[in-house]
Design a protein around this ligand. Structure first.
Ligand code: SF4
Ligand code: SF4
Length: 272
């Protein structure tokens, strides 16, 4: 396929994410139907049952993975893209974290443009699923802040919510889809029961697997045997035991490549 043809395929994949800016909103997006306005706030008798219902509903809206954790304010960005401070009110106690599986066959084409199309589809599905679930929560008369990559770090929230572990490639690696997932989340005051972090042996596995470090053309992924507190570039947060990824080198490669790269996702044995 010619590059121009590929671009025509790639760009529309982002359409829902890019053109429905209200999908990631702090407030109701759609006008509530009049009958709904007569219904009062839903009484949550059991946070356990409510969590089960939220997970089922999220799956119906397109989530492939769903977990719940308490909001840890360390993961919230200090400022948004406009430079305005971000303050999440204390009543938003819980985060519902959603994983959207990407097309692993398309991702395996990385760094060719076809994999960027799969990423774009993932972003658009994030917008759709998060927007629908947030509206569902608002219909119950609870608050919901719907987020994509904005407002808070998705990976540590997903780890807290039990969706997976942090890999050598700096990504969330899930038992079901490996790192071949996109993440979105909703902060809410709906009473829920948090899940627990999981350990499926990833750190031990990564100590003996260097596939992502070997495939990375930007040499952005560490080949150290052990995770450490070392930083790889100014973009890294401090105080985290992990294999730090040089995000600056990674992004420079994306620019040079002309499209997002997912080679470290494609090669991971957990994606396969
Ligand atoms: S996305 Fe590509 S360039 Fe970035 S770390 Fe992964 S393999 Fe390297
Ligand atoms: S490719 Fe190997 S080292 Fe890299 S994240 Fe996956 S399992 Fe870990």
């Amino acid at each position: 396929m010619l590059d121009a043809q590929i671009a025509l395929v790639k760009d529309p994949s982002w359409a829902v994410h890019e053109q429905c800016s209200e999908a990631f909103s702090w407030k109701r997006v759609f006008q509530a139907v009049p009958n709904l306005l007569k219904v009062g706030k839903h009484t949550v008798k059991s946070p356990t049952l409510m969590s089960k219902q939220i997970k089922e509903t999220a799956r119906t809206y397109g989530a492939d993975l769903v977990g719940i954790c308490q909001v840890d304010h360390r993961w919230i960005y200090s400022h948004d893209r406009s430079g305005d401070p971000i303050e999440i009110p204390v009543e938003y106690k819980y985060a519902i974290v959603i994983g959207i599986a990407m097309d692993k066959e398309a991702i395996s084409a990385s760094p060719a443009f076809r994999s960027a199309t799969a990423s774009g589809v993932g972003y658009s599905r994030m917008a759709f699923t998060a927007a629908c679930l947030a509206e569902f929560i608002r219909n119950l008369r609870y608050k919901a802040i719907s987020m994509g990559n904005d407002t808070a770090l998705s990976i540590p929230l997903a780890i807290d919510a039990g969706l997976g572990q942090l890999g050598r490639n700096g990504l969330l690696v899930t038992p079901q889809y490996g790192p071949c997932v996109r993440l979105c989340k909703i902060f809410t005051d709906l009473p829920l029961e948090p899940d627990k972090p999981i350990d499926f042996g990833l750190t031990k596995f990564c100590k003996e697997c260097y596939k992502c470090a070997e495939v990375c053309k930007a040499q952005a992924i560490s080949s150290d045997v052990e995770p450490s507190f070392k930083l790889a570039c100014p973009s890294n947060n401090t105080g985290i035991l992990r294999w730090a990824v040089n995000a600056d080198k990674c992004y420079e490669f994306w620019v040079e490549n002309g499209a997002a790269c997912s080679s470290c996702v494609a090669v991971c044995p957990f994606t396969q």
